[in-house]
Ligand binder design. Structure first.
Ligand code: SF4
Ligand code: SF4
Length: 557
């Protein structure tokens, strides 16, 4: 079949970007001034008279009523002569929920609640939860797994974040993933659902960010994302489900990239990503600029799949944790895959987005691997193990630039050792001196000290800046504390130094921010008070690179 696109507009442009293998003969639109649209000739509507039987019209638009009535008046029949762009969307999905199954959700926690509120069109027969003692959830029964006999009648959506154990239980029952069950991320992440969300989003942000087209984060259990996990919560496919090429060139990734190409940024958290500072949502305007193709491989690789750490910070976990048993087995498998399939093409490596880089034997395997020699490495560490011995092991054989970011969060022994449990402030101070020395000698290209502002430490922000100045750090970086589920909302309102809107600093914090030392050139108020304006930056090629260069340094050249 050959197709005629009806509508020269942003929806059509998005459609053509995603469905680039369709045989398109032309575009029809009375209001389009140009002779071509996305490389196709544009004709007036009277061109429809020449439509042949082997041609079908694809109607593309935000609002369709007028176009539908014109087509109907011309005697065209929906389904035979013309289709809507959305009729093609499910072609992108790799699985469908069987129509003859009743839906049930496993989980009655925050994710299940969120899903219920966001996806009202999904009706569940009942909920499954092994631990919840309540009898119902959103008016439906809560059952224990052992109470269910006829699993074959249902399709189970798993509505919890850590779903490995549940999936194992379901497999033990003889059920198959994507046939009988799927994680909620696979449902919300169906390319068709995501495409619907961005293609019909008429908002526009005056911002150009190419991060999603070159950035891959490999996370716990092999999940992946194409931007910082704090700003973008939609996963790409799992590294165990697809090979690197298929994962990177998947429909899912293409749709995610579309959302930044069309400037809707439909999947970006605009309250958290600093690129949206001073950016107001506008109504759709330009869509003449060409959309870019996705790079051949991810050039930036962020690894955060091993939560093993020598500390147990109060904001992160309740006790010390090192992977063991099945968790360690999974971590080993990811390491093997990363080493064999992802490292070779990496230009910029970020270690480690989860856990401590120098406490994890698996991260060590990565940075000691023969093929680990990217042009740029960013180390994220808590600093306690940043010793000369560990640095020697790390740097052996490396020729690229190394940038170090250390999470500190305090300027006194008492506060440090309380917030960063199991930490030792004296050791940290010594290691920071060592880092400062490496920076001075040029062995580190960049040295930053991080500070997550909370009630317990905000009074130490000023001495922290002075400490950073003494060490000649390139930057001391302050961010507001986020609630990753560690606190109840009441606890969090006490712990956070931001008002409930999470934008305005509380009066006590404002007082600290007004101190002259906070004007130091090394201070960045990160997510507390965005000090940088993206307007002057132009194109952001990769967020993590921009984040390191925003103060004017040229690290990635
Ligand atoms: S860095 Fe770019 S892709 Fe990531 S959330 Fe911000 S705008 Fe979106
Ligand atoms: S150092 Fe980082 S990974 Fe380790 S417990 Fe603290 S916040 Fe978590």
């Amino acid at each position: 079949m050959r197709y005629i696109i009806y509508g020269a507009n942003r929806v059509a442009k998005d459609f053509l970007y995603i469905f680039d293998e369709l045989d398109i003969v032309c575009v029809v639109d009375d209001e389009w001034d140009g002779k071509t649209f996305e490389g196709y000739p544009v004709f007036r509507e009277d061109h429809f008279r020449e439509k042949t039987a082997d041609e079908q019209i694809i109607l593309c638009d935000f609002k369709k009523e007028t176009k539908i009535s014109r087509l109907n008046q011309a005697g065209f029949v929906y389904g035979t002569d013309y289709l809507y762009e959305e009729d093609f969307f499910t072609q992108l999905d790799s699985f469908q929920i069987p129509k003859d199954r009743k839906l049930v959700m496993w989980g009655t926690g925050a994710i299940a609640k969120w899903f219920h509120e966001q996806y009202e069109n999904y009706c569940f027969e009942f909920y499954i939860d092994s631990y919840n003692r309540a009898e119902n959830f959103y008016g439906k029964d809560i059952k224990k797994p052992r109470e269910i006999r006829n699993w074959e009648e249902y399709f189970v959506i798993i509505g919890v974040e850590k779903d490995r154990e549940i999936k194992e239980n379901l497999r033990d029952l003889g059920l198959k993933e994507y046939v009988d069950f799927a994680g909620y991320q696979s449902i919300t992440g169906m390319p068709s659902e995501l495409l619907r969300k961005t293609i019909f989003d008429s908002s526009y942000y005056d911002l150009k960010c190419n991060t999603m087209q070159n950035h891959l984060e490999i996370l716990r259990d092999g999940h992946t994302r194409c931007c910082c996990t704090t700003f973008v919560r939609q996963n790409l496919d799992n590294i165990f489900e697809k090979d690197p090429h298929a994962l990177w060139h998947s429909n899912l990734h293409k749709v995610m990239c579309l959302s930044t190409e069309n400037r809707t940024f439909s999947f970006c958290d605009k309250n958290l990503c600093p690129l949206f500072v001073a950016k107001e949502k506008e109504e759709i305007k330009k869509f003449e600029e060409p959309y870019h193709k996705i790079t051949e491989h991810p050039k930036t690789l962020v690894l955060g799949y091993d939560s093993s750490c020598n500390l147990s910070c109060s904001t992160c976990r309740k006790e010390l944790h090192f992977a063991e048993g099945t968790e360690q087995k999974m971590v080993n498998q990811i390491t093997k895959k990363v080493q064999e399939e992802y490292l070779a093409n990496c230009n910029f490596l970020v270690l480690a987005g989860d856990g401590e880089v120098f406490a994890s034997p698996d991260y060590r395997k990565i940075y000691e691997a023969q093929n680990c020699n990217p042009n740029y490495i960013r180390l994220l560490s808590n600093g306690i193990l940043f010793t000369p011995g560990n640095w020697e092991k790390f740097i052996r054989g490396k020729t690229g630039k190394v940038m170090l970011t250390v999470s500190v969060d305090a300027a006194t022994k008492k506060t440090y050792e309380h917030i960063r449990r199991n930490g030792n402030f004296d050791v940290l101070q010594k290691n920071m001196e060592f880092a400062a020395d490496l920076r001075k000698r040029g062995e580190l290209s960049y040295f930053r000290m991080n500070f997550v502002v909370q009630r317990e430490n905000y009074q130490e922000m000023i001495p922290f800046v002075r400490w950073g100045e003494r060490l000649n750090a390139d930057e001391v970086f302050f961010t507001k504390i986020l609630n990753w589920g560690t606190y109840t909302s009441e606890e969090f309102s006490q712990v956070s130094m931001m008002e409930a809107d999470q934008i305005t600093p509380k009066p006590e914090l404002k007082e600290v921010l007004a101190h002259p030392v906070m004007q130091s050139k090394i201070v960045d108020l990160g997510t507390i008070q965005f000090a940088h304006k993206i307007d002057d930056i132009g194109i952001v090629e990769n967020y993590y690179m921009w984040e390191l260069e925003k103060r004017g340094g040229k690290l990635f050249t």
